[in-house]
Design a protein around this ligand. Structure first.
Ligand code: KG4
Ligand code: ZN
Length: 339
């Protein structure tokens, strides 16, 4: 089963070719440097860049896989959630290919895709398990009952973890997207000189909140600036990363145990964070849980994760018609092809 998949939900134009859950090629064109000038993603610019690059990344993915268009069994694209104009570019491209080739079009949920990055990395991994998906737009704890059946058990009530990392990095003067740069700073120290809040959501055991953490860090940075004091940059980076791990890891582990799972997955751009990964390894080992972390290159947005999830959606009969729409928001519990 050969699948070409396109991902264009945010600022990466990506394509991959898979055979089953095996990745044959993976091409990512990052627009990050274009958005860095503005300190964040500008949706209109993202859409325009996607339309310029989408056919190129798809051609490269096919060439690197040594697969011709005519050999494809299906063409897939991320259809939700994400920037709507950006999603429409990838979805329309994939629909056009599917129509021309006379093969199914498979709409894929982006968060399901992030989880599927773990299938691409670990051939033996199978549901059920409980997953944390943490990225620039989402922070969600999901019980994955089966490849295409899942239930959200916890989510952020305000900002995503990646948003907090990016905003704090920006106020510290680091280039966008700042999560990875903050991580490199955090690796220079184990000290946590800044006290940052770990908010609890009173009526949601597994729900999370990051806006208090973000605001507290930004206030500390602004106060230091006003007083002319030098910030301890690695100390701030470490304090933030430890706070994010304190908020996410215990909730993920409690949710997994409550769901009766012995396996845990963490995925999404923020799952590349070294402090979070180390904490997950320690805690899962202590609790006797099996942990699957995708390698760093599969944590951020990519086409492989969409191709692998598309394989399972196709197997479950979840294909889209050529009238399939895209959605800026949609829970991973929902079926994109039926939304
Ligand atoms: O999954 P992703 O590439 O795109 C979305 O779906 O949003 O995630 C991007 C997010 C950004 O907020 C970025 O700063 C963050 O992931 N990120 C990190 C690290 N690498 C990327 N955050 C913390 N530590 C990292 N090493
Ligand atoms: Zn993502």
């Amino acid at each position: 089963m050969l699948i070409l998949a396109v991902e264009s939900s945010c600022d990466e134009t990506a394509a991959a070719v898979s055979r089953g859950r095996e990745i044959l090629s993976d091409v990512v064109f990052s627009q990050a440097d274009m958005h860095a000038i503005y300190g964040g993603v500008v949706p209109e610019i993202a859409s325009r860049r996607h339309i310029e690059k989408v056919s190129l990344v798809a051609e490269q993915a096919l060439a690197q896989a040594g697969v011709s268009l005519r050999e494809l069994d299906a063409v897939a694209a991320t259809c939700a959630p994400g920037l709507i104009g950006a999603l429409l570019v990838g979805a329309n491209f994939a629909k056009g290919c599917a129509m021309a080739l006379g093969v199914p079009f498979v709409p894929v949920h982006h968060i399901r895709g992030h989880i599927a990055a773990a299938y691409a990395a670990y051939p033996a991994l199978e549901p059920p398990f409980t997953a944390l998906v943490a990225s620039g737009g989402h922070t969600t704890i999901i019980d994955v009952e089966d490849y295409t059946r899942m239930r959200t058990v916890g989510r952020t009530r305000d900002d995503a973890a990646g948003e907090a990392f990016d905003k704090i990095a920006r106020v510290l003067g680091l280039p966008y997207p700042g999560g990875a740069a903050l991580d490199r700073l955090a690796q220079q120290t184990e000290a946590q000189p800044y006290r940052l809040p770990r908010s609890h959501v009173a009526d949601g055991e597994y729900d999370m909140s990051f806006s208090g953490l973000k605001t507290a860090a930004v206030n500390i940075i602004h106060n230091a600036e006003q007083k002319g004091e030098r910030m301890d940059l690695p100390g701030m980076a470490r304090s933030v990363a430890e706070a994010v791990a304190d908020i996410t890891v215990p909730r993920l582990i409690s949710a997994a145990l409550a769901c009766g799972r012995d396996t845990v997955v963490a995925a999404g751009g923020v799952a590349a964070n070294s402090v979070l990964r180390a904490r997950l390894e320690d805690e899962c080992c202590r609790r006797g849980l099996r942990l699957f972390l995708p390698p760093l290159r599969l944590c951020g947005d990519n086409g492989s994760m969409i191709a692998v999830q598309a394989y399972y959606e196709l197997a479950a009969g979840n294909t889209g018609t050529l009238a399939q729409n895209c959605f800026a928001t949609l829970a991973p519990d929902e079926q994109v092809s039926r939304a």
